[in-house]
Design a protein around this ligand. Structure first.
Ligand SMILES: CSC[C@H]1O[C@H](OP(=O)(O)O)[C@H](O)[C@@H]1O
Length: 343
């Protein structure tokens, strides 16, 4: 199984001068194919189609997208204003995950230092993300073993927050990987995560490849799985964490959080600090991406709902801090439900 869903191919692209290499996640688990992306149009399309997805991975895509924009501007003889507009298009390709904007802003200030400076900064950002994910996974595993117990744990996950959603290793699945190294994973219940099935297709692909015992369940089963006592904790990723500890994550996370509160088990959110947005005071101001209704009214390319039915398709929801037992980042663990703030 690949360990990286997004990399820089120095010999890729139409001129052989470099391209972003993306494992096309829309085709997993059935097909393993890569996209060679050297234009802003193709990168924006890949982000919007979720060929590349997941907050930390979007941060890397945003940073490398500045290099793509610079190379394309040089190839096409475009001026600085056109370059900045192209970089803005990468930044704005999806609204909810703060990492995309963060990744772009981290490197665009280096444009005047040249393309190699921007590329080096983008690659450093990717390496730092992997290191952060491995460290936050250790912090999270320590917290879970202290809070829940030093025994094999039964974990519920929602969506995909694995290596496919990051530069490598993963966040929520990074925690599962860390627990596995401690012989502390008994079983994982993976929510399928309608409508695009990031859980059934991607999380299951990662868990199966590593022989981690798991089952895919429909999203509607999550609450009863939790309330019936079949899991010890829920561990999820995040797309944006507000200063007060409110968490934007894949739609359905709020339901998982409410069930965890009802069952008295912890919801732990695993995310690098780049997902924390201190400029966002609370979850009420986080823009929730509304995706095409056709993703809901069709399945596998076949329309399921009647022609007269529209689809309501918010891609994320916001879990209030009072339902978040822990947020684990590379800086440590805070407990929003206990009153801790991120900033
Ligand atoms: C490690 S962050 C992953 C995060 O991103 C996912 O959203 P999408 O698949 O739409 O990019 C989901 O919210 C995951 O929790």
């Amino acid at each position: 199984m690949t360990e990286r869903a997004i990399t820089w191919d120095a010999r890729g692209g139409r001129g052989g001068s470099g391209a972003v290499r993306l494992l096309d996640q829309t085709l997993l688990p059935g097909r393993t194919e890569y996209l060679d992306v050297d234009t802003v149009d193709d990168l924006v399309a890949a982000i919007r189609a979720l060929a590349v997805r997941g907050a930390p991975a979007l941060g890397v895509a945003g940073a490398l997208g500045v290099v793509v924009a610079m190379d394309e501007a040089a190839r096409e003889g475009r001026d600085r204003a056109a370059l900045e507009a192209a970089v803005d298009r990468v930044r704005d390709a999806r609204p909810t995950a703060v990492n995309l904007r963060w990744g772009v802003e981290q490197v665009r200030s280096l444009v005047d230092d040249g393309r190699e400076a921007v590329l080096e900064a983008a690659l450093d950002l990717a390496a730092a993300d992997e290191a952060a994910n491995r460290l936050l996974s250790r912090h999270a595993a320590d917290w879970l073993q202290e809070r829940v117990g030093h025994r094999p744990l039964r974990v519920l996950t929602h969506c995909n927050a694995g290596l496919l959603a990051a530069s490598a290793w993963g966040t929520a699945l990074g925690v599962v990987r860390e627990l596995r190294t401690r012989d502390a994973v008994e079983f994982v219940y993976a929510d399928e995560t309608r409508p695009l099935l990031q859980g059934a297709r991607l999380t299951a692909w990662e868990l199966a490849a590593e022989g981690i015992p798991h089952a895919v369940q429909v999203d509607g089963a999550a609450a009863s799985t939790i309330v019936r006592g079949l899991v010890d904790c829920a561990v999820v990723g995040a797309d944006r964490i507000a200063a007060n500890g409110d968490v934007a994550n894949k739609v359905g996370t709020l339901g998982v959080a409410l069930a965890c509160r009802e069952a008295g088990i912890p919801l732990l959110v695993a995310a690098p600090w780049s997902t924390v947005d201190l400029a966002t005071p609370d979850g009420s101001v986080i823009e929730i991406e509304e995706r095409a209704g056709e993703e809901v009214t069709a399945f596998g390319g076949t329309r399921t709902a009647p022609e007269g039915s529209s689809g309501f398709n918010p891609a994320f929801d916001v879990t209030p801090a009072r339902l978040v037992a822990a947020v684990a980042t590379e800086r440590g663990v805070v407990e929003p439900a206990s009153g801790d703030r991120l900033g």
